[in-house]
Write a new protein. Structure first.
Ligand code: SF4
Length: 311
């Protein structure tokens, strides 16, 4: 098949049948982290690059022959919404199957009313927000002439007002660029206005074209989860289990972590539970005794309680 691939397994969308609508690479941005390489020529005009009937036929054939598809996801070799008949495809797919439909997009065209309209029947839309300032937006996403930061933010806000499906904003976290407290605070402020249902932090795990992209360290990732959860629940990019070593010097171990980044109370409790399996009273006592040390404060961020060092 030319346009349909998978299902691929993804943490966020389970078994996702991918649908690529574009010739490679067709994009309105030239992100420094793009796994497709540099954008040699910007594409800003929407078009039916391939006949929509052909793409629909491929999707329906895949749905008939494959079992265990959790999502049908429009994504691919550039900016998905540059494909003009996305709305038609979404409608036709939804007439034929009850599998939910998601669209992954950079969001650069959401300022256009017709683009927002075409997405209204989808079940989830995953647009990008990688910067909370114009300067960082231009450094990270490097948009085509005519695409501005303000336009991008306005598009996201307007779309949220009109869209009742799941809005899951993706943030690509890049070391030394948007992982500072200031940059994260700027993004959190914008996201508070946008009101996404969730924020997904993603990491630059694949080779980038200009070698300008660094992987943030664990402390910065934790900091990003903490700061962005002011705006909405945050999905951690690769959550492993918190390791506390042994029950000896628990207070010092937890202090050593908390001075570097806030600790999610739920995870802390689970980690202590692994040290005292089957002993919930002991776990409760350990938590109480650490809090009684006076070293920590509890902070509610979004729906999560965090432990932070008391100033
Ligand atoms: S928006 Fe996506 S496809 Fe376009 S340059 Fe950025 S990462 Fe690449």
């Amino acid at each position: 098949m030319k346009h349909v691939f998978g299902p691929v397994s993804s943490k966020r969308l389970g078994h996702s049948l991918g649908v690529d609508l574009l010739p490679s690479k067709s994009c309105s941005w030239n992100c420094i982290y793009c796994q497709l390489g540099r954008t040699k020529q910007f594409v800003s005009e929407r078009s039916e690059f391939f006949p929509k009937e052909l793409i629909l036929e491929e999707i329906l054939q895949a749905v008939e022959t494959q079992t265990a598809i959790d999502w049908i996801t429009f994504v691919g070799s550039g900016e998905t919404m540059l494909y003009k008949p996305v709305g038609w495809l979404v409608r036709e797919v939804k007439k034929a199957t009850s599998i939910p439909v998601a669209v992954i997009t950079n969001g650069s065209l959401l300022h256009l009313p017709e683009v927002r309209q075409e997405l209204l029947e989808t079940d989830a839309v995953l647009p990008s927000l990688n910067a909370g300032s114009e300067e960082l937006f231009n450094r990270i996403d490097r948009p085509a002439p005519g695409f501005s930061f303000q336009q991008h933010i306005e598009g996201l806000k307007r779309f949220r007002q009109e869209y009742s499906g799941k809005l899951w904003v993706e943030v690509m976290l890049i070391a030394g660029l948007n992982d500072t407290d200031e940059a994260l605070g700027d993004m959190a402020a914008i996201l508070t206005d946008v009101h996404p249902d969730m924020i997904h932090i993603v990491l630059p795990t694949r080779p980038a074209p200009d070698g300008l992209v660094g992987m943030p360290d664990d402390d910065r990732i934790e900091r990003a989860v903490f700061i962005l959860s002011r705006a909405a629940p945050v999905i951690h990019p690769a959550k492993g289990e918190m390791e506390l070593g042994s029950a000896e010097n628990l207070l010092e171990t937890v202090t050593g972590i908390a001075v570097r980044h806030p600790l999610q109370e739920r995870e802390l409790e689970a980690a202590i539970g692994r040290l005292f399996p089957g002993m919930p009273t002991k776990v409760h006592e350990a938590m109480e005794s650490m809090m009684a040390s006076g070293r920590f404060d509890k902070v509610l961020q979004g729906e999560e309680l965090y432990w932070v060092m008391r100033p």
